[in-house]
Design a binder for this molecule. Sequence first.
Ligand code: CDP
Ligand code: MG
Length: 699
Amino acid sequence: MAGSRSMLKFWKPGSDAPAISEERELNTETIGSTAVFNPYIALSIEKQRQKLPVFKHRNNILYLVENFQTVIIVGETGCGKTTQIPQYLLEAGWAAEGRVVGVTQPRRVAAVSVASRVAEERGARLGHEVGYTIRFDDCSDPQATRIKFLTDGMLVREMMADPLLKKYSVLMLDEAHERTLCTDIAIGLLKKIQKKRRDLRLIVASATLDAKKFHQFFNLNESGDPTKDTCGILTVEGRTFPVDIFYTVSPVPDYVKATVETVMKIHETEDNGDVLVFLTGQDEVEKVVLLLKDQARSLSRQGMKKHLRVLPMYSGLPYAEQMKVFERVPATVRKVVVATNIAETSITINGIVFVIDCAFVKLRAYNPSTAIESLVVTPISKASASQRAGRAGRNRPGKCFRLYTEEDFEKLPSSTVPEMQRTNLAPVILQLKALGIDNVLRFSFLSPPPAQTMVQALELLYALGGLDNYGRLTDPMGIRMAEFPLSPMFAKMLLESGNFGCSKEIVTIAAMMQIQNIFVVPPNQKKAAAREHRKFAVAEGDHLTMLNVYEAYMKHQKSSQWCQQHYLNYKGLQRAATVREQLRRLMSKFKVPWTSSEGDPDVILRCIVSGFFSNAARIHHSGSYRTLRDDRELHIHPTSVLYGEKPPKWVVFNEVVQTSKYFMRDVTAVESSWLVELAPHFYKQAKHGSLGSKRSRVL
Ligand code: CDP
Ligand code: MG
């Protein structure tokens, strides 16, 4: 089959056989980690710790935590908040008598890497005194762990077993400025807990934060007398220098091109100093890096003395490549770091004097009028713009070139809309209901989501069978769905799979869908990689293709060499196996029958429909797709195995990515009759035989 363009009908492992890679930037399953620069690496750990800006505030922090229920701490990236504050608390006795200091992180990778760093600083083995708990991976010891890093999603899950979080003496909500969905939910729930547990201390930590808003939210003092406030604020000052801001005189039609031109202009006209460029995604970063490298070569051919060193920076980049952006360069070289939003607050690069800001960022967005959630390139906020500019003034006065007009800057929103207000809320509502919060509309949200989005989430949960006519969790479906560490659609698909007779296959598919970049595409070997990947592709689409990849990987004894030959992500597959095992355990806990479809693809596809029916689309005569619910135009994502093939008439998909168009990702061909049969609440068969959607009834 090698090299054949034709697609197989449900390829089975053994007959040979896989698509293309894409950075799922916003998927928290990112493998690998973000590089950290440590300028004091040569010093002893003790000296390194004392050099950090937060060290001067040690006693003050301890005083505030002693005296206020909530402490808000704002300090620049790298000043020592995450790694030091939990240790100060431990040293001051907050983790005595079996109590735990918990630190939440929005990203899984961050939780693991800071836990490792803190364990190293304490000379402890990871998982003992210092540990972490993230989805599918618990590296902590209930008896021994005193400092525990966990994702904010895990903290919410822990509340299901321990509603008052009794084992924690202090909880630090880190990177709170990111305002992820889980952070916001944790914030609302913790406020509730604090009212019942006066002894619980909260620290809200961030690089940039609307401290006032948080103060108002957490301050339980209603007397109006500020001496009785229950919330304190501390700012760890960082040294910053003034940054001159430059705007374009007219709007820029193509910011990728304008970026390249601006870098070259800086290089030709400005004094020494490195450049940091902000773009929205891996593709743009790679494109600009290529263009700049071209320019750099032609400059050196022309005999220009000062050289350019162009380096990419994004979360999917291998660790060793990321570390290069921190390397010092000789005085005759100008470093240009081309980055995604990762360089806004997640990392700090020294020596940056010039910043170029394209004004955009890629965010998850939910459109309540179409019920589509997608990744979309959106204009940044004023707060982001000033944070980006500030990156130029860390070592000396800098300059920021904004690739937009001052007039357009004025039109930007003042801060980024919290994820809570731009996401599908079904998972959140399910969790709140499982925590006994029935009236979700009255929950204490830091920023309440739109009512329409709430209603849609309730509708979807009802259609999935997780809520009853009264909006209560159903027993057992709703209760079990809430317990799955996956979205309600995945949970439904998994819980039903035993009845469909394909739980073995569905568990594999669900696990594989949690991993990004299973297909590896080295930039200089695109063709060879595509040829290998095509061997795994099947006409039914991405889900069965991923099943093929996994089964072939098992058949080849999980060999790393085999993965390399077929351009497959070996670490990703190892992880898929771990995730699969954990899902399998949950299934067995819920007594889901352990069954196999024995090679029949339809059973599996029908089971996928039972979870993902709301994400259905049909082919349009224009060649693109339309959503069934509201006729929104969709396209097959270029990374799908169905891309460029004969388009199936009906499809379901896992998610939508929006760039120039709306693209469906993880797509599978289905039959229209399955939609009506498996989601009668959602779809009805119209008289003339076509499929229509109806509003489901809830509450
Ligand atoms: O949380 P914040 O950004 O304020 O700083 P941090 O994560 O506590 O890091 C403080 C310092 O520890 C960094 O500036 C690094 O020098 C060092 N560090 C490290 O060397 N390796 C890590 N994985 C994390 C931090
Ligand atoms: Mg931090």
